[in-house]
Design a binder for this molecule. Structure first.
Ligand SMILES: Cc1cc2nc3c(=O)[nH]c(=O)nc-3n(C[C@H](O)[C@H](O)[C@H](O)COP(=O)(O)OP(=O)(O)OC[C@H]3O[C@@H](n4cnc5c(N)ncnc54)[C@H](O)[C@@H]3O)c2cc1C
Length: 453
């Protein structure tokens, strides 16, 4: 089968869905075609609903601070259905010496045992540390150790990096993973000065991370992908893995595993970088090589459900993250039934335990029984769980999360150069400028702006 369109979008994750939505508005619905490799459209954004449990495969929501995401949600008619995380989710914990220690903001932070007295004293020196003057790439851990001390880098920043990137803070680039933090030092000299400056504008500004409340839907974040897909109607071709992208005579030609050929004036490539490397090999070998260099981490999400009476610890909170120096394999555990109470039946506790990451590539290959054994050994004692889980769902994400290593800036420059060589070609998605759902929406907007400029 052969089709001709104004714009083709390859990859139907959140990035592709959002780009298709806005490109349909710009060029008219019939001018746009979304081509997705698998039968499910939504990529990592997917929720299974079973026996009253809503289990998100990947993301469990987005922070409600990005106007572009809220605008898209609104245009999909979903604003009335948004559900904010329960207030209890403000209570977040870090594991230290087999104890869950709540993360508190200043000044209470100074009284809590997450850091030793020496570690807290070192953190208080932050306003005296001079800003880095050169442009050399710096890892997230090196930045944190330099500004707030090695202990705080290990106990506070490392777990945050695991929680967002399933990554290794020693390997990831500060400038590309946390550009706002890099800008705080660059613009204000110290993080303390930056926070004070922010507070003059916004009294609520916090030292505890980005503003915004985790937001989803009663039935899980997959609802967003389902509604966005339905809104595109007959402009979606699922089950069509793109195998080849060429530009034979002025127009892009896309060929899929299901025998579809599409000619398009413009193309948004919104698949993971390793998949984009495969399909651009013939079009631009240099681009393909760069894309192949972008690293990924595997991870596993294990959803387990227990009767409340079988969980003796108070799990009214967001959950906990685990510093890598605590000799545990799990990266963290989210208390889903507390964050979004409608995502589990009354009287049940639903947990999401995450394993894997950049430094543990083998865990994704363990079988279900082995993974559950890890949960029982590592989570049960911490939460006082006295029974096997009566509900289990396991999601493996092979090459699930891109890792922006120290060379990421070079890769971005090379990818932008390739976009300039092929006007009408835009690379979008979580592989480039942020992995959160909000970042994917921003990436989709960048694609739309380039194609409508
Ligand atoms: C376990 C996990 C937890 C996360 N938690 C959060 C969270 O709580 N909050 C948050 O904001 N973010 C979270 N993220 C990150 C966020 O989910 C992702 O960055 C985002 O969903 C990526 O969207 P995307 O559209 O760029 O890519 P994807 O979702 O990967 O979509 C890409 C699509 O391209 C398709 N594709 C691949 N190859 C081809 C091909 N050759 N032809 C056609 N189609 C192809 C795939 O099938 C897929 O549908 C999480 C990620 C994971 C893995």
């Amino acid at each position: 089968m052969h089709e001709e369109v104004r714009v083709a979008i390859i990859g139907g994750g959140v990035t592709g869905l959002c780009a298709a939505h806005h490109l349909s508005k710009a060029f008219g619905t019939d001018s746009v075609l979304l081509i997705e490799g698998s039968d499910y459209v939504g990529g990592h954004t997917r929720t299974d609903q079973i026996d009253g449990f809503s289990c998100d495969w990947g993301p469990n929501g987005f922070l409600n601070r990005e106007p572009l995401t809220l605008e898209w949600v609104d245009e999909l008619g979903l604003t009335p259905e948004l559900v904010l995380a329960n207030e209890a989710a403000a209570h977040r914990f870090i594991l230290k010496n087999d104890q869950l220690i709540e993360i508190l903001g200043p000044p209470k932070f100074l009284l809590q045992p997450l850091l030793s007295v020496k570690g807290r004293a070192r953190l208080l020196c932050e306003p005296m540390i001079r800003a880095k003057r050169d442009d050399a790439p710096e890892s997230v851990w090196d930045f944190a150790a330099r500004r707030i001390g090695r202990e705080a880098a290990d106990m506070m920043v490392g777990p945050m990096v695991s929680g967002i990137f399933a990554g290794d803070a020693h390997a990831l680039s500060l400038a590309h993973c946390f550009p706002r933090m890099a800008a705080m030092e660059r613009d204000y000299g110290t993080l303390f000065n930056a926070l004070m400056a922010k507070r003059r504008v916004d009294k609520e500004a916090s030292a505890m991370g980005p503003k915004g409340v985790l937001t989803s839907f009663a039935g899980g974040i997959g609802h967003l992908a389902q509604v966005a897909t339905a809104k595109l109607g007959n402009r979606v071709r699922s089950g069509n893995r793109v195998t080849r992208l060429t530009k034979p005579n002025g127009t892009f030609r896309i060929e899929t595993s299901a025998g579809l050929t599409v000619d398009a004036a413009s193309v948004v490539v919104a698949v993971p970088a390793f998949a984009a490397a495969e399909l651009t090999g013939e079009l631009d070998p240099a681009l393909s090589k760069t894309l192949r260099n972008i690293a990924y981490a595997d991870c596993v999400v294990i959803c387990t459900g227990y009767r409340k009476s079988h969980v003796s610890r108070d799990v009214n909170g967001f959950g906990f993250l685990v510093p890598r120096n605590q000799n545990k394999r799990l990266l963290g555990c989210l208390w889903t039934s507390s964050i979004f109470p409608k995502q589990a039946p009354d009287d049940w506790v639903l947990l999401r335990t995450i394993y894997g990451g950049y430094n543990d590539p083998d865990v994704v290959r363990l079988d279900d029984a082995q993974l559950l054994e890890h949960v029982r050994r590592e989570v049960d004692p911490l939460l006082g769980i006295s029974s096997k889980p009566e509900f289990v769902r396991i999601f493996r994400h092979f090459k699930g999360i891109p890792q922006y290593l120290l060379s990421h800036g070079t890769y971005l420059n090379e990818i932008e150069a390739a976009e300039s060589r092929f006007p009408g070609l835009v690379m979008a998605g979580n592989a480039y400028r942020g992995v959160g759902l909000n970042d994917c929406v921003i990436s989709a907007h960048r694609a739309v702006q380039r194609l409508t400029a």
